[in-house]
Design a protein around this ligand. Structure first.
Ligand code: ADP
Ligand code: NI
Length: 216
């Protein structure tokens, strides 16, 4: 029964995000779902909540929808229609609302289920996949690969990002290289190590090539 609801959520999300072009496509959701299951198995969590939250986590993201509130009530309505118990719906919606990197309007992550899903989402932002997603996102915003005129700033407002006052290589320093230290669960901390090292190697090679070109 729960399994059927999870598969039905996967199908609904797949249809919705199939043509999404900024790195929040269905394949991102599928990877987060799989990783959330993997991490969740090592923690004492309600896997039904974890799986639903992983599948639905980007449907209310303000990068892809105009109204976060409206999307939350649509998700609520959909879950009710599937016969998901009210207690589960409440937990799932809470996770979706609070798990963005910016801290979801200042609310802190309450449940262990939320921590598992957040870790799975963060893992997908680092490593080889994270690199691919960053350049996909940057490209969709017309952002340069690297522009030496920008300073690397640790704290940037959402507006500054939106206005393109950054480059994708800067984004690594502003966010991606910090994620390994922000993992909540032991298994995600482990999984983040190799991915983090790979990004560091990538950047080293990037600047090596960049300097060579500058010398010519
Ligand atoms: P998530 O959906 O994983 O919570 P975000 O919505 O913050 O993450 O970003 C989605 C993807 O786009 C991530 O892989 C992130 O690294 C990338 N991204 C976000 N902002 C930028 C940016 N300014 N430059 C390049 N990549 C970005
Ligand atoms: Ni995501």
């Amino acid at each position: 029964m729960n399994e059927e609801i999870v598969l039905s959520a996967a199908e609904m999300v797949r249809e919705k995000l199939e043509n999404e072009g900024s790195g929040h496509d269905w394949f991102h959701i599928e990877r987060v779902w799989k990783n959330a299951i993997k991490i969740g198995r090592t923690e004492k969590v309600d896997m039904f909540v974890v799986q639903l939250a992983a599948l639905l986590h980007d449907l209310a993201d303000d990068k892809i929808v105009t109204s976060e509130e409206e999307s939350i009530s649509e998700i609520n309505y959909w879950l009710e229609g599937e016969g998901v118990p009210a207690g589960v719906i409440e937990k799932v919606l809470m996770i979706i609302q609070t798990m963005s990197y910016k801290g979801g309007n200042g609310r802190s992550l309450g449940s262990l289920e939320a921590k598992v899903v957040q870790d799975a989402d963060r893992l997908d932002a680092i490593g080889a996949i994270g690199i691919a997603r960053a350049f996909t996102y940057g490209g969709s915003k017309g952002q340069p690969i690297f522009d030496p005129q920008y300073e690397v700033r640790e704290e940037m407002t959402k507006e500054e990002y939106r206005n393109g006052k950054t480059s994708t290589v800067h984004h690594f320093y502003e966010k991606l290289l910090k994620l390994k230290d922000l993992m909540n669960t032991e298994s995600a901390i482990q999984m983040a190590q190799e991915r983090h090292q790979f990004m560091e190697q990538y950047l080293e090679e990037f600047f090596k090539e960049y300097m060579l070109e500058a010398d010519e």
